[in-house]
Design a protein around this ligand. Structure first.
Ligand code: GDP
Length: 441
């Protein structure tokens, strides 16, 4: 993912700032220039970058900062928060209501990934226990009906569409009426796209919106769209009442900046990102987790959710970690459980310090975790339980014992420190404390 480059560039700009001997206006200007250039290379619109730089400058009045304050930390925090702000319009995401038929309408250009995302979202709600149905009102694209029908069969989700009726408004209305009568709780309507924004498309969208009266309109955008994203998202927002955004193909080579522009244009939150062509490839989106991951700080919130999904609750290890003690032995237990049960590549990418290493995707993530377990296997009980410091001599011995490179052992030691830091405060600790009590983070 090219977004990793953006993360690396911003992280290194922050590191340069941290390493400079004095912090003055010039250091801040250099940092802001580097961050701005990185965002610009990722296709974030210039207007947004200028605004962001202005916001940061306003918050960082060096003269007003009391002596003794950790300026570097404050600067980092302000940059981090402003990056989150770019991705978070400050609007709570729409949620369906129990006891009624919630109607969701999808809009977007042809090829954006609308039809694929309709099935992904329908499956998401089905897994959560909602009675879900899909309607194909895309009568424009030959094959749309068959594609959604095929997906619906695969995902075992009720479906309505017509390969003879060419009137999308009539098809949408009929499908929604049928499923409302059936008592479906989530009805997702897929609409036509066009190759480019055309009057005809917007007219059709408005008509469908009028008859199906959606509770939420989701705008689907391909993440690789680049600088055109802002205008495209604005055009859709001006036609129908877009309430949420799904950004697709985040697994590809996209620069990702378009996602940021779409949020600014629609003032709507990104609710999911598409990360592949298959039905489970849909990730819940959280701006703060995303930025943490981008900057290599790890996505502790996401990681905790994943651990909660796969690790049996009330384990002693969780209690220990929650009480502030995190040992190599805890780390090994967590790794083993994740390896046995979980989607490893995603987990590895969420780990603090590893999230922006693109080489760790797919099988590589799996192998990395296994290598770490080998290293942990070569540690003595004293080392595992934190009774001995891992000195350079010990690193060499552990490396020899596990057949891994000493650099990798040192990397694992750094990993543990990063975990410890994450668990010692913030959402990580709170989540763990909840999990140890049997709650959901
Ligand atoms: P629509 O015209 O907007 O309905 O687009 P489709 O749903 O037919 O998707 C267009 C192409 O993009 C298809 O080949 C999909 O498999 C692919 N696609 C959709 N979402 C994703 C995604 O998140 N990642 C990847 N890699 N491909 C996707």
């Amino acid at each position: 993912m090219v977004l990793a480059d953006l993360g690396n560039q911003i992280s290194s700009a922050l590191a340069n700032m941290s390493n400079s001997t004095i912090i003055n206006e010039e250091t801040i200007d250099t940092l802001l220039k580097e961050v701005g250039n990185a965002l610009s290379r990722a296709d974030v619109s210039l207007k947004l970058i200028i605004q962001m730089r202005k916001n940061i400058k306003e918050q960082l009045k060096l003269d007003a900062m009391a002596a003794g304050l950790n300026k570097r930390r404050i600067i980092k925090k302000v940059v981090f928060d402003e990056l989150i702000k770019l991705l978070d319009p400050g609007v709570a995401p729409w949620k369906p209501t129990k006891g009624k038929s919630n109607i969701i309408m999808f809009v977007g250009l042809q090829g954006a990934g609308k039809t694929t995302s309709v099935t992904k979202l329908a499956s998401f709600y089905k897994r959560k226990g909602w009675a879900t149905a899909m309607v194909c009102a895309d009568t424009f694209r030959a094959g749309a009906f068959d594609q959604l029908k095929h997906n619906a069969t695969k995902a075992k989700i009720p479906f309505y569409g017509s390969d003879t009726d060419r009137d999308p408004v009539a098809v949408a209305k009929k499908g929604v009426d049928i499923f409302k009568k059936d008592g479906a709780e989530i009805i997702i309507v897929d609409t036509s796209g066009r190759h480019k924004q055309e009057e005809e498309l917007f007219k059709e969208m408005k008509e469908i919106e009028t008859v199906v009266k959606p509770d939420n309109v989701i705008f689907v955008m391909d993440s690789s769209i680049g600088q055109a994203a802002f205008d495209q998202a604005t055009a859709f927002k001006n036609s129908v009442s877009v309430g949420s955004v799904i950004i697709t193909k985040m697994d590809g080579n996209s620069k990702g900046g378009g996602a940021i522009s779409a949020v600014a244009a629609t003032k709507s939150p990104i609710i999911f990102i598409g990360t592949g062509e298959h039905i489970p490839d849909l990730d819940l989106f959280d701006a703060s987790s995303f930025v943490s991951k981008l900057l290599g700080m790890g996505d502790v919130k996401g990681m905790m959710n994943m651990i909660a999904d796969v690790v049996p609750k009330d384990t002693k290890a969780l209690e220990e970690i929650a009480s502030g003690k995190f040992t190599f032995r805890n780390m090994k237990q967590q790794f083993l459980q994740i390896l046995n049960l979980g989607p490893i590549d995603k987990f590895v990418q969420m780990m603090p310090g590893m999230s922006n290493i693109p080489q760790l995707q797919g099988d590589a993530g799996n192998l990395k975790l296994k290598a770490y377990i080998n290293i942990l296997d070569s540690m003595s009980d004293g080392e595992l339980d934190g009774k001995h410091q891992i000195t350079p001599q010990r690193i060499l011995r552990i490396a020899r014992g596990s057949g891994r490179h000493p650099r990798e052992v040192a990397e694992l030691v750094e990993q543990k420190k990063a975990f410890e830091k994450m668990f010692s405060k913030g959402p990580g600790l709170q989540n763990l404390a909840n999990m140890a009590k049997g709650g959901v983070p």
